[in-house]
Write a protein that binds this ligand. Structure first.
Ligand code: FES
Length: 122
């Protein structure tokens, strides 16, 4: 089970939800189910509207480091991900700061998701 806390200046207060273990829903889907207003358009990794900042509460529990190729390409284009970040994530299990909510699937990690409320804002 993943404990996901959403936080944004456009929300009245932080909201923590439980994403069921084994659930393959993206963070964007978890947000939509819980009426968390993360901006989105394409839902396919193309537009970059759904950029989120991810913070891990438990350093020993970093997971979900797999990127889709689209996510890598879009985040690099936005200047939010470097080749070093990708290598750090894929080789050293060091999660990058930014992800695309429509591509990122939380599994067992406890995380805090921050978003500005502006499409593509980070
Ligand atoms: S909604 Fe377009 S990249 Fe996520």
């Amino acid at each position: 089970m993943a404990n996901v806390t959403f936080s944004s200046p456009i929300m009245h207060q932080d909201k923590t939800v439980y994403a069921v273990a084994g659930n393959t829903a993206t963070i964007l889907n978890v947000a939509k189910e819980n009426r968390i207003p993360i901006p989105f358009e394409c839902e396919n990794g193309d537009c970059g509207s759904c950029v989120i900042e991810v913070e891990y509460y438990d350093d020993s529990n970093k997971m979900s480091l797999a990127f889709t190729e689209k996510e890598k390409a879009r985040l690099k284009e936005l200047g939010l991900l470097t080749d070093a970040d990708i290598e750090n994530a894929e080789v050293n299990d060091m999660p990058p700061k930014y992800r695309l909510a429509c591509q990122y699937i939380a599994r067992h990690e406890d995380i805090r998701i921050t978003f500005t409320g502006e499409p593509g804002g980070a």
